[in-house]
Design a protein. Structure first.
Length: 201
């Protein structure tokens, strides 16, 4: 995920990430906060799909055996920073409280344009291995708390970085469930237009 934010220093936590099994004609992407009048997610019908990570093991390796990574605008002369929580040995760790869990991916970041020509940025994400059947997924879903951000789904057929994305509003007080369907992803428009093809994720 490449996340862009408006405030200079913020925090964001992600409790779980699920690649959804849904058809391309599903309803639009949604953002929902937990409703205290409805059953918790543990007793509700589970979402179907491929669980990428729930962070319950406390480490920064996804359940698909891919490591989480981060990046900043440093290579473009920016001065933004991003840092994850670490364990006693200094390794990245999922150690902070999550949604109905003791764990989440939690990080802090600071945006600083430095000498970069455009808006500053930081990002983090995880790769989806070739073993995941792309025909069986139609989007992604996750719980989060923190700043406004952009979900970016990178595909191999886009080489100018104008990848398909979806912007999610901030939620500082409460955990929020976000469901993004691939049909709702759009390029920002400054690169070569390419139709989204989930086979190229």
């Amino acid at each position: 995920m490449n996340l862009r934010f408006l405030k200079p220093t913020l925090f964001l936590s992600v409790a779980s990430l699920l690649m959804l099994a849904c058809s391309d004609d599903s309803s639009s992407s949604t953002e929902m906060e937990p409703d205290p009048e409805t059953p918790s997610s543990s007793s509700a019908a589970p979402l179907k799909g491929v669980l990428v990570d729930d962070f319950e093991d406390g480490n920064m390796v996804s359940l698909l055996d891919e490591g989480w990574f981060s990046y900043t605008d440093e290579g473009n002369s920016g001065a933004s920073t991003v840092s994850f929580l670490t364990d006693a040995d200094g390794n990245w760790a999922a150690a902070s409280e999550g949604y109905e869990s003791s764990y989440s991916l939690s990080l802090s970041y600071r945006l600083d344009k430095g000498n970069y020509e455009f808006d500053p940025y930081v990002g983090w994400g995880v790769n989806v291995p070739a073993s995941v059947n792309r025909n069986a997924i139609g989007g992604l879903s996750y719980w989060y708390k923190g700043g406004k951000h952009t979900v970016r789904v990178e595909t191999s057929d886009i080489t100018d970085h104008d990848v398909h994305s979806y912007t999610v509003n901030a939620s500082y007080a409460n955990w929020k469930l976000v469901t993004v369907r691939f049909q709702d992803l759009m390029q920002e428009g400054w690169g070569i237009p390419v139709d989204f093809n989930k086979e190229n994720i």
